[in-house]
Design a protein around this ligand. Sequence first.
Ligand code: OSB
Ligand code: MG
Length: 368
Amino acid sequence: MKITKVELLRLGLPMLHPFTTSFGEVKDKQTVIVKLYSGDLVGYGEAASFNAPLFNEETVDTCLYMLETFIAPAILNKEFKTVEEFVASYSYLKGHYIAKAGAEFAFWHLLAQEQGKSLAEMFGATNSEILVGESLGIKPSIAETLEEVDLRLEEGYRRIKLKIKPKWDLKLVEAVRAKHPDIELMVDGNSAYNLKDHLQDLLALDNFNLLMIEQPLGDDDIIDHSTLQRLMRTPICLDESIKTPGDARKAISTGACRIINIKPVRVGGGLAAMQIHDIAAEHKIPVWNGGMLETGIGRAFNIALAAKPNYTLPADMSPYQLFYEEDIVVKSFEVVDGKVQVPTEPGLGFEVDQKKVEKYTLSKKTIK
Ligand code: OSB
Ligand code: MG
């Protein structure tokens, strides 16, 4: 499969309302769609990042820069038989995993079309449906949080994840737990805590029978997570800290986490996501699929990966209606009774809506 042309699109997706985390508000979301051409075939990928480097160090601009300046020249006019060969052509580039994932997923899509296979088949995924939980951004009040929790539970979502930050944590969790003693409930600190200032509050989270606490401490701090995990009964789940399969191995062997959130773009794409899935399975560490507020294109890869056997906990896979007015695929996935069906048709499993892509494209670059 020879890559004959690369197109990079910057899309602007107005959000229905800002999504608030400990690091700030995500609003006026932008994302990067990567199109790889091989003769008549087009493969789509998404490098889902944010406008500012607040979640991790990458941004929409750094993704576009890396793709245009380094990744496109490394793959153009070369012949690749496998994803391993494709990834090897730019693996000398340090970091920038989200940018790399955008290209890698477009290549998976090309291969799936060539082989007439679904993405799930390409990834060796065997489950026909995945379980979905809701990730709830920080709201102005506890009352509004409780209202949304009620709504999502009525809709069938399988677990509730509350975004927390220092001083917006214990009272919130206490209120939700008091109203819903038996639901699967978890929190995500997005690395806003540290052991020096917040140890007592973190330990107090042990009182609420939480499914897990996601990424409380710094993204570069596997060691302090391992200290904290020894002091807590609640499983720690790492998100931002796991950028590579090696990070997963180190986090598991130091006891820094008992669960891993796999966001495929955060780790450079499907190959690394599958390696982390396998490392975790070997150590009996459950994994689940996280999200980056992707469009239907990025979510297509997440859904297929999340159908692998060690994804035993509900995914962050809210449908576009919770964030955006429209999706850029013709018929987006639906969450019914807290489940999403895994597409079985060859290719992406979703039809890209060219009119919508055009409508939301802010700029476009062609490299050949
Ligand atoms: O840490 O999981 C996170 C959204 C923006 C930034 C960080 C995170 C999130 C989510 C949303 O939790 C997950 C989704 O895409 O549905
Ligand atoms: Mg997270």
